[in-house]
Ligand binder design. Structure first.
Ligand SMILES: [Zn+2]
Length: 655
């Protein structure tokens, strides 16, 4: 009789080992952190004895669930912004709030909250990607869960690094600190192909190979990402990553939603693990990942919750069920991904996808004791049929709920017994979480109340407030005016021709000003579009005092290159009204009495307002504005325009 630390008996055991052995009733013998033996109850009890023997009547005993992709500290951002497109959600809300609030303290608290939620959902191991990953690791190890902790690297500044060089240096230190820890596997996470340069991808891959650790990355999550990579790199996402030798590392690829059969074969050939995140893909309408096809050719596909801000919970039971339902529903084949396969994806195959199958993922002697008990005696899971042994898998996938998990053990230590968390004080953590929510609420209340602060929040370099003296005259014969400009003695410093597409955003409160999204198409001498430029300008109310009546002083408050699409800005700023203006502009930069003026000949196409001549110059002081106004009026006379500056009613409405 061999003495062990713990025996759990009288359980319905799903081992999820290579032959999917089931023991019912079964027992497991655990020696410290290691599974010593698992088998029929009678066999185990005749060979092993222990001081602690647990009777698991009415329960399924199985390996702990593996959450293959998540961002655990984001529990503190859960429900902050929903029902948005990925770019608006990420660039408009998540990243600005993260820049403001994500600190080591935030990350630790968010991780602890996530651990509590995950333990309750039967998760024993998760694969994380965030910032301050050292603090994620600290908190996780303190709670006693197993995790792959991946430090994020992005091409722009992050909450824990001013540059990617800093992130790479942080990663090395972090990896050296945690390598060989019994619970934490450090990893590196170049965030995604569209947020990383090829250099970042290559350097991250080199670090992963050097330290022999997994590399965690988001790949082919949206159609947009694929289209952008194809247009920039001339190939889809997976071949592009392969070209950068990414798959020389042990890759954990989250999502892989938009990949073709060739890319699926390439992932298999390169032994990449994939993390499927059904809730997140559905909620963000990213698409449906070809999981059935990937599984058929033998890719290891694990299941993940993704971050709690895009899900919004960490319930693996929901993900498991969605995985099988999505595969069936999208293929029209009810035999696709049977319950048994899906349970394996959430355990052993998940461990393979994370490259940690030697440690965890199945109840196999020699592996760490990471296991859960699921109570199947509740009304929603009865009665129990046993004529088919696989019906236990069906019970887990189609009927069990996260809250049926009663006991959770990681590395031989109980983290939850009889629904009670043993290493966390949930109430206290939730109270602290609410404090953060209050502070973030205040920040967002303030930001959302001003167009300017919303503009600043999405970054980009801004030019500060400026004024312009503007004089406008409706003209009937643009050709004659252009001739007049060219034949005058005015030195022409520059000449441009463009087609402008403006979209004005109006807001209920006129004090907010209006926002203009402008796309300039530069037209060459040969009348071809040679270049595009997009800009955002926040326009303030025009000032009419202190300068001659005919001249207007316009106020342009902030100005930034528009790096996102018009659709993005519309969804992010949510204006009460928009207006489209299209015009053809011939622009001359002239010098008059040592002062630079732009003379624009603007032919409006939409709306059809005819042609306007515009004389304008930038100004910063009242005195300067007065002088420039006088000069502009003189210029008008030089151009033989003797009629008064006119602004018609429909033009004013446009302003
Ligand atoms: Zn993610």
């Amino acid at each position: 009789m061999q003495e062990v630390t713990l025996i759990i008996k009288n359980a319905s055991i799903l081992t999820i080992d290579d032959s999917y052995s089931i023991f019912n009733p079964g027992a497991i013998a655990i020696q410290n952190d290691i599974i010593e033996a698992v088998g029929n109850e009678s066999e185990i009890l005749s060979s092993y004895s222990a001081k602690e023997v647990l009777d698991a009547a009415g329960k399924i005993l199985m390996p702990g669930l593996i959450n293959a992709h998540t961002h655990v500290p984001m529990t503190l951002l859960r429900g902050l912004a929903d029902d948005l497109r990925l770019d608006v959600w990420l660039l408009g809300y998540m990243m600005p709030v993260e820049r403001e609030y994500v600190t080591p303290e935030f990350v630790k608290l968010g991780t602890m909250l996530a651990c509590g939620e995950m333990i309750r959902s039967g998760i024993t191991c998760f694969c994380d990607m965030y910032y301050f990953e050292d603090d994620v690791a600290e908190a996780t190890a303190a709670v006693g869960m197993r995790a792959i902790c991946s430090e994020s690297i992005l091409k722009f500044p992050t909450p824990d690094a001013a540059s990617y060089d800093e992130s790479l240096a942080y990663s090395k230190k972090f990896i050296e600190k945690w390598k060989n820890h019994p619970l934490i596997i450090p990893s590196i996470a170049p965030h995604a192909p569209y947020t990383c340069t090829p250099e970042i991808i290559k350097k991250s891959k080199d670090i992963a190979i050097h330290y022999d650790i997994p590399l965690h990355i988001h790949l082919a999550e949206t159609q947009q990402e694929v289209e952008n990579i194809v247009s920039e790199q001339g190939m889809p996402v997976i071949p592009y990553m392969d070209k950068l030798d990414l798959f020389d590392a042990k890759v954990i690829a989250a999502h892989c939603v938009h990949i073709d059969p060739g890319e699926i074969r390439l992932l298999k050939k390169r032994n990449a693990g994939v993390a499927h995140n059904p809730s997140s893909n559905l909620k963000l309408a990213s698409g449906i990942s070809p999981v059935k096809q990937m599984m058929e050719i033998g890719i290891n596909v694990g299941i993940g919750t993704d971050g709690p801000a895009s899900n919004n919970d960490l319930d693996m039971f929901e993900e498991i069920r969605l995985t099988t339902f999505l595969a069936k529903g999208s293929s029209g084949d009810p035999t696709a991904l049977p319950a048994k396969t899906t349970v394996a994806m959430a355990t052993r195959i998940g461990a393979k996808a994370l490259h940690i199958e030697d440690i965890t993922g199945s109840l196999t002697p020699g592996k760490r004791a990471d296991l859960i008990l699921i109570d199947i005696s509740k009304i929603h899971n009865s009665p129990n049929f046993r004529h088919l042994p696989d019906s236990l898998y069906s019970q887990v996938v189609y009927a069990a709920k996260a809250h049926d998990v009663s006991d959770v053990m990681v590395n031989g230590k109980w983290l939850m017994t009889d629904h009670k968390l043993l290493t966390l004080d949930e109430e206290n953590l939730m109270k602290q979480g609410q404090e953060y929510a209050k502070r973030i609420d205040t920040f967002l209340f303030q930001r959302e109340s001003s167009v300017l602060s919303k503009l600043v929040a999405i970054g980009g370099t801004m030019e500060e407030e400026s004024f312009e003296v503007q004089l406008k005259i409706k003209i009937e014969n643009p050709g004659a005016i252009i001739e007049m400009i060219t034949n005058s003695n005015l030195p022409i410093l520059r000449k441009r021709h463009y087609h402008e597409y403006d979209t004005y955003f109006y807001f209920d409160d006129p004090d907010q000003g209006k926002l203009r999204y402008r796309e300039d198409h530069f037209i060459s001498e040969k009348n071809e579009v040679v270049n595009l430029r997009q800009r955002l300008t926040l326009l303030g109310e025009n000032v009419k005092k202190h300068i001659p009546q005919e001249v207007m002083l316009s106020r342009s408050r902030f100005f930034a290159p528009a790096t996102q699409s018009l659709r993005f800005y519309k969804e992010y700023f949510n204006p009460s009204n928009t207006l489209e203006v299209e015009k053809d502009r011939k622009r001359y930069l002239v010098s008059y009495k040592d002062t630079e003026f732009f003379i624009n000949v603007d032919s409006f196409i939409v709306p059809d307002l005819g042609t306007y001549l515009e004389i304008k110059s930038r100004t910063w002081s009242r005195k300067d504005a007065e002088t420039k106004s006088e000069l502009a009026l003189e210029l008008m006379k030089i151009l033989n325009l003797h009629n008064k500056p006119t602004i018609t009613k429909d033009y004013i409405d446009l302003l």
